[in-house]
Design a protein around this ligand. Structure first.
Ligand code: HMG
Ligand code: MG
Length: 328
């Protein structure tokens, strides 16, 4: 384990300034162990994944997406989901309220998740046809039908279900994605029984005006903003600005990945997610509570960068660690 060098964090945040139009608290949905590690060329040992998740929970993240029960040939990086789950068993006792959702694409995935005592699952749809075929091997409609029994059975088992919708702001094959198309698919996930809908900018092309417009389109369709979360990848450096636009529209759940790990193996040009450190720096600066201990999070991401042998793209993490390379 690597600690942050003494003195490096002494600068701290400037005085927080509250904006009364922004929420007082934001729940960060940490996706580093899933969205991050699914896109790493190197296979990370299962013990390292378990330690990563334990350290994220200890740093105060109360929702940590742990892994995926997808086909192991489609995402070999997460093929060890069955080995990982038992290693996480004690964590929820140590951290009451900790949520460890897992991705499931179909009933086979749900069976595997239930057999390993997952407490929460997520299905993942696409707003575009091309990505549905590339990511799920079926049309967008067929994918919805694949999710329906998953959501139903998870509900019967008492598990909350999150619905992801990808390519909400642009698609590398289809280009522009009309807001009506995004809303239509998103509403279907909610009507199916998903408790929360996470709007994904899978390839990180969105800009803030588009975020405001899409959220307004959901509101106009009767979707309460409290059911929406945002999931920004940071390809064009817009993720923080987009997050601020979403907060102004009333969103209080934001996805991020420790150290900015991430991407999607089936979406060309997808890079890492919004880095959790960058998000926390902004939120704490705005006086918004997250429950996250930023030095502990930075130490964890620095340690993970060392495990992966590559520097983190997070500006905040680099500044906090006083380095441009991984900490070993
Ligand atoms: P398929 O090949 O069409 O599957 O893949 P199938 O239903 O035809 O079944 C074929 C075989 O696979 C069968 O085995 C099944 O049992 C088996 P056989 O009977 O032939 O021996 N199988 C499975 N085995 C283990 N676990 C399973 C499973 N399902 C079937 N769950 C499938 C369809 C959906 C499974 C495949 O396309 C898949 O696994 N895709 C996952 C892709 C993925 O994980 N992408 C990354 C996550 S999405 C993302 O990152 C975006 C997000 O972050 C938001 C954003 O940024 O926008 C969420
Ligand atoms: Mg993603």
């Amino acid at each position: 384990m690597t600690d942050v060098e003494p003195g490096v964090l002494e600068l701290g945040l400037p005085d927080p300034v509250r904006d009364p139009e922004l929420p007082a608290r934001v729940r960060i949905h940490e996706v580093g162990p899933r969205d991050g590690l699914q896109n790493e060329a190197a296979l990370v040992p299962v013990e390292v994944k378990a330690e990563f998740i334990a350290r994220l929970a200890a740093a105060g993240l109360d929702t940590v997406e742990a892994t995926s029960f997808v086909h192991p040939k489609w995402v070999p990086q997460l093929a060890d989901a069955e080995e990982l789950m038992p290693r996480l068993a004690g964590l929820t006792e140590r951290h009451p309220g900790l949520r460890l959702p897992v991705l499931v694409p179909n009933e086979r995935g749900l069976d595997r998740a239930l057999a390993h005592h997952a407490g929460e699952v997520a299905v993942f749809a696409s707003a575009t046809e091309t990505f549905a075929r590339r990511n799920l091997n079926r049309s967008a409609d067929e994918a919805m039908e694949m999710f329906r029994p998953v959501v139903e059975r998870a509900g019967e088992a008492g598990l909350p279900v999150r619905g992801y919708l990808s390519m909400c702001f642009g698609d590398p094959w289809e280009g522009r994605v009309p807001a009506e198309q995004v809303v239509r698919h998103g509403v279907r996930l909610l009507e199916m029984g998903c408790a929360e809908l996470s709007l994904g900018d899978t390839i990180g092309v969105a800009t803030p005006g588009q975020v405001t417009a899409l959220l307004a389109a959901f509101t106009a369709a009767g979707v309460p903003v409290g059911q929406l979360a945002v999931h920004f990848h940071d390809t064009y450096g817009q993720a923080l600005a987009n997050t601020l636009a979403a907060l102004r529209a009333g969103v209080t759940v934001v996805d991020a990945s420790a150290g900015g790990l991430g991407g999607c193996p089936y979406a060309k040009s997808a890079t890492g997610n919004l880095a959790t450190e960058d998000l926390v720096w902004m939120l704490h600066g705005l006086g918004i509570e997250t429950g996250v201990d930023l030095p502990a999070l930075a130490a964890t991401s620095g340690w993970m960068a060392g495990q992966l042998g590559r520097p983190s793209p997070s500006r905040t993490l680099r500044a906090l660690l006083g380095t441009s390379g991984p900490s070993a």
